[in-house]
Design a protein around this ligand. Structure first.
Ligand code: HMG
Ligand code: MG
Length: 284
């Protein structure tokens, strides 16, 4: 059996878009179950302005409340140096920076052009290097942008290479809208793989159109072995109207097992976490 890693992003990508303000205690309880389920990396929260994403206003409280398990990297999303400093103060093991492959989504999600957003992220990357903190990078809208339509694979490849040059050890390719077909993912990957090896890439596919598993199969065929997922299929991006959550962790783990890929996850605990996540969602 080959190994495939699922990077759990539900507590961050999943919960950032829920309408109901979920109490920190519920988020902490979810992360604590996930911590027992066999993940190596969990994205817990994001340090962004509460006026942009109110659901993440309790980031420091959540980080302080979780029970850390040795061997797990607890990651957070940071949009700027201020977010990075707050993440450090909260004891994050890893930070993620994020940029957009289209100008329209960059403006909506980051209030900046792509070039401006990279300038803003440069000091975060420098600080992470100086502090010895693992730095991950996201590229959003890798195939389709809600404002500009199709995104050129070359734009994705260029941005992924920039993030690598800034020091990101892994670039997670965000299909933010969850509408892509496997052929589009394959064409995008072909371009990105001209710049970066598959070991430094992850697939981050939202599942709005129900094709995330097909897109993951296309990515496995291209050599990718890390995929982001959210228990219960929670979430979406507040700046991608109509987009649904990431592919559900439980669905992905079962799919991978059927195809002979081991994830090392405890399926009973994943189901328990998924039930918790669905309750959070249902209560919105
Ligand atoms: P801005 O409004 O241009 O920034 O936003 P600003 O520097 O002018 O700051 C605005 C206010 O926020 C100021 O306060 C700052 O002090 C404060 P005010 O003076 O108005 O009272 N502020 C902060 N507060 C707390 N934490 C901070 C922070 N920074 C500034 N870190 C900014 C620019 C980049 C900050 C904003 O656009 C932003 O945070 N955007 C992120 C939005 C977001 O979180 N989107 C969802 C996550 S990305 C995603 O889901 C995609 C992904 O999953 C991959 C995929 O699926 O594609 C990763
Ligand atoms: Mg996402």
């Amino acid at each position: 059996m080959s190994q495939v890693e699922i990077f759990e992003v539900g507590p961050r990508d999943g919960l950032q878009n829920e309408k109901r303000l979920i109490p920190a205690a519920e988020k902490i309880a979810l992360v604590d179950v996930l911590s027992q389920a066999g993940f190596r990396r969990i994205e817990v929260t994001s340090f962004v302005p509460p006026k942009w994403v109110p659901q993440m206003a309790d980031a420091a409280e959540v980080m302080a409340g979780i029970t850390r398990r040795p061997g797990i990297r607890y990651a957070v999303l940071t949009p700027n140096l201020r977010g990075y400093q707050a993440a450090r103060a909260a004891g994050a093991d890893e930070v993620a920076i994020f940029a957009s492959a289209s100008e329209g989504f960059s403006r909506a999600n980051l209030n900046a052009s792509i070039a401006e957003s990279l300038e803003r992220l440069a000091p975060v990357a420098q600080a992470a290097r100086a502090d010895g903190i693992a730095l991950r990078g996201y590229v959003s809208v890798v195939t389709d942008c809600p404002f500009e339509g199709k995104v050129a694979p070359a734009s994705v490849a260029r941005l992924a290479a920039r993030l690598r040059d800034m020091g990101c050890y892994e670039i997670s390719l965000g299909e933010t809208l969850g509408q892509a077909r496997p052929e589009a993912i394959d064409a995008m990957l072909a371009a990105v793989l001209d710049e970066l090896p598959p070991e430094s890439l992850a697939g981050h596919y939202h599942d709005t159109a129900g094709r995330a598993l097909e897109n993951i199969d296309a990515s496995l065929a291209r050599g990718l072995r890390v995929f982001d997922a959210a228990v219960g299929g929670l979430g979406g991006c507040p700046y991608a109207p109509g987009a649904a959550g990431n592919v559900a962790t439980e669905k992905l783990a079962a799919h991978l097992a059927l195809r002979g890929h081991a994830t090392g996850l405890d399926m009973a605990l994943i189901e328990q976490a998924a039930a918790m996540a669905r309750t959070m969602k249902g209560a919105e």
